[in-house]
Design a protein around this ligand. Sequence first.
Ligand code: AMP
Ligand code: MG
Length: 422
Amino acid sequence: MIDLATAIELVERTAAALPPRRQRLLEALGRRLAEAVVADVDSPPWDRAMMDGFAVRSADLVDRCGDLVELDVVADLVAGDVTTRPIPAGGCARIMTGAPIPPGADAVVPIESAVEGTAAAHAGARVRLREPRFRSGQHVGRRGAAFRAGQEVVPAGAILTAAGVGLAAEAGATHVVAAARPRVAILSTGSELVPCEEVPTHGRTRNSNGPMLAAAMAALGAEPMSLGIAADRPEAIRAAVSQGLAADVLVLSGGVSAGDLDLVPEIFAACGVEKVFHKVRLKPGKPVWFGRLLRGDGASQTLVFGLPGNPASSLVCCELFVRPAIAILAGQPPDRWHLRRCPGTLTAPARAAVDRPVYLPCRIASTGRGLAVTPLPWTGSSDLVSLAVADGLVALPAGAQAEPGLAVDVLVFPEEDGDPPA
Ligand code: AMP
Ligand code: MG
């Protein structure tokens, strides 16, 4: 059995950033680009109307600001229409936003500047325009004004945002090369487990770890792949583990402690997974197993976590060990590897353990004198009720007198909207 700090350090040392991957635009949202996005077209792709109005020749209006100018409407153009017929002197085209400026025209007079009831003038009619401050080129989006074909529109190193996705899409990129989203296979072991859609009969337990661990992985920006449930039979576990070893990370739950059917460590060994540690001085989560499968090429590996089956233990181990592994694989900087750790003060007694640190669900409140940390009622390692509404985990050192006033550390859960509560 090893100390928690040593175990975390071993995870940090074993995990390594994955090489960037080519991925679909939407998958890369929020990830750092490893290669710039290069445009395959100009934007705007041609000179285009930026307002609804009349496409005119500047020569017909340029010295006549404020005068009444009457022009023949020779064409009607809406977005998507294209014409090759030049606008003659004294003529104009009725044009809607987004349509290409026809040959000969070089400015747009907004529809609001049509006077004397001529705003509705279509091809064949005449329009009277009064433009108080006309300038050549007005309301025309010039071809290539935003970017040119061949130009880097989103630089390498940028985080892909929604606007970046839009820009890359406009620039013709269906895929980008960005920091890899780690693929995480999730496997629940236990002959007693039933899918969560079922009502468990006597002796059976719903596989709550499966969806919980998938959710935790999704929240970390990883790509969860559910392998479902494997019964406690060596062949069943081995087949599922072999499948999971194709992923970047295999997160398995159950079967890693000391019971008769805790077959997982042996199966990992039989599959060539090298053990890094098994059992950590920690409550809950003592039986946790960690190792890796080095692939034939010597460069790539699958990280393998065997989490305890009890859901609260599983989640605590996921936060302490799997979280940093995913962050490291995704190439995140060290300050993003772990839950934020803050000092606080205990407001109520809690049950510490003599032999190992305890991590309990808690509420965290900001006060004038720092963080007030209140342990939530918790019946043990199968109990998710408090964890589901906790602000974080309070760390009680081994042997602590966990009375009100004790200085403690808390690990703060990120909030749904990204802002931690304190
Ligand atoms: P184990 O770690 O396999 O000894 O399981 C410890 C406890 O956790 C047992 O009560 C199991 O029924 C329960 N358990 C194991 N796996 C799961 C799971 N996927 N979802 C919910 N409970 C589980
Ligand atoms: Mg079991």
